[in-house]
Design a protein around this ligand. Structure first.
Ligand code: TRP
Length: 432
């Protein structure tokens, strides 16, 4: 069996060099291995939680799809789709919502970070927080469990979400799995050997720090301009530089072989100027990126072609998801009427026993009937003013058998019923 790998990319921004090195490149490399079955999708429902600008949402989905395809994702090998094209995701989301403890969501980091900020600002803890943010981890669990992957490559900030997914899956299996596991418990996969790419200022490259190097947007000029802004020290050309304390070198390393890196470091120690070092870095990155940028631009010029690929991907994803979702629905009791076998058998077994049935009529009096297993009315009481009286008579009949009925009693035999019929039925009932 091949290993199933699934990951989602939130479509709220434009991919930068850090995204490429940290997520896109390793995912594509992993997808090229023959024994993996990859599901990569654009988490555009998740993007709605962070972003309420429709133009940004639309643009980001296009840029991210074009980036992944240009970077070498093969849609024939990988199931590549948009979350919002797979309605099974939202359906499973609800089914999982119903087994997820609210207290567990209260503890989710993303939600807690927001309430902490509110509280620090003296506001109501939930000010400005949507149910989308609060339930974010459940939607993510639905994304994952719908495809039962073994491995989910994510960044460290997502580990808690994978743990929550495992919890929800285990609870669901326990409550509704009837001994067989509906859901696979996925493992988070952190790419240990992929360094986090530093940004222009040396902190982690991130849009929120405004220190990113663009991947394709703006062409080679934008790449060159960004590299020019990488912060270095003021050592002059010819002065020896410490390559082990330079984030420029770390960025270089992410694109170079170890031999190339070793040589670059030696040259810096020997006094290579920062200007020349930046030129080398530009050439190195450009060597990898230029052919992809060409594909990116061609794809961006034809969004309708990307649309076709994504629709095909969604159809593939739905074909995989539908059988599991059907099982999940059925496990919860959401099944076609004729498929109700277990409860029906139980009901029949009950009907197979004779039964005393107590009831109260409009006259306010209490009655009971004794009904045979075939539904025939064996005994019918008169009305009693107290429910307790009816109960006492039933107990007496059970204890004494038909002898209780022999003298003048408030209980009549049903039509065509003999005392021996009642005796037989009592035996069946009491033997059970
Ligand atoms: N929340 C993830 C992130 O921000 C994106 C995501 C959504 C995801 N659904 C997923 C990742 C399912 C892995 C699996 O990075």
């Amino acid at each position: 069996m091949s290993l199933r790998v699934l990951t989602g990319i939130t479509t709220s921004g434009t991919p930068h060099l850090g995204n490429y090195v940290g997520a896109i490149r390793p995912a594509i490399v992993a997808s090229q291995s023959t024994d993996t079955d990859c599901f990569f999708f654009m988490a555009d429902y998740h993007a709605l939680i962070k972003c309420d600008d429709p133009a940004r949402i639309e643009r980001s989905r296009l840029e991210i799809a074009a980036t992944w395809l240009a970077a070498g994702l093969d849609p024939e090998r990988v199931t590549f789709y948009r979350q919002s094209d797979v309605p099974e995701v939202t359906e499973l989301n609800w089914l999982l919502t119903c087994v997820t403890a609210k207290g567990q969501m209260n503890r989710a980091h993303a939600y807690k970070a927001s309430t902490d900020i509110n509280e620090a600002a003296g506001e109501d803890a939930d000010a400005g927080i949507t149910m989308g943010l609060f339930c974010y981890p459940i939607l993510m669990a639905a994304d994952i469990l719908l495809f039962n992957p073994h491995k989910v490559p994510v960044g460290r900030d997502q580990i808690q979400h994978i743990e929550m997914t495992r919890d929800v899956a285990a609870r669901f299996n326990h409550l509704f799995g009837q001994g067989s596991d509906l859901f696979v418990l996925p493992e988070a996969h952190i790419e240990e050997h992929v360094a986090t790419l530093p940004g222009l200022d040396g902190r982690k490259m991130s849009k929120s720090y405004d220190n990113t190097i663009p991947l394709f947007e703006g062409g080679v000029k934008a790449l060159k301009d960004a590299i020019a802004k990488i912060v270095t020290n003021s050592l002059l050309p010819g002065e020896p530089k410490d390559p082990d304390n330079s984030h420029l070198v770390t960025i270089f390393e992410a694109f170079a072989s170890s031999a190339e890196t070793a040589q670059f470091k030696d040259e810096l120690r020997a006094g290579l100027s920062w200007g020349e070092a930046k030129k080398r870095l530009l050439d190195l990155i450009e060597h990898d990126i230029a052919p992809m940028r060409e594909r990116y631009e061609a794809l961006m010029a034809h969004p309708e072609e990307i649309e076709v690929l994504l629709q095909t991907g969604a159809a593939k994803a739905r074909a995989t998801a539908a059988p599991l979702l059907k099982k999940v629905r059925e496990s919860l009791g959401l099944r076609p009427m004729q498929a109700i076998t277990v409860p029906a058998a139980k009901a029949e077994k009950k009907a197979a026993l004779p039964l005393f049935k107590q009831f109260r009529l409009d006259d306010g009096l209490f009655y009971f009937n004794f009904i045979a297993s075939d539904g025939r009315l064996l005994l019918q009481s008169q009305g009693f003013s107290q429910g307790r009286e009816a109960g006492l008579w039933i107990a007496k009949i059970k204890n004494e058998g038909v002898a209780a009925l022999e003298s003048n009693t408030p209980i009549a035999l049903g039509e065509g019923v003999a005392l021996s019929d009642v005796a037989d039925a009592l035996m069946v009932l009491l033997a059970d």
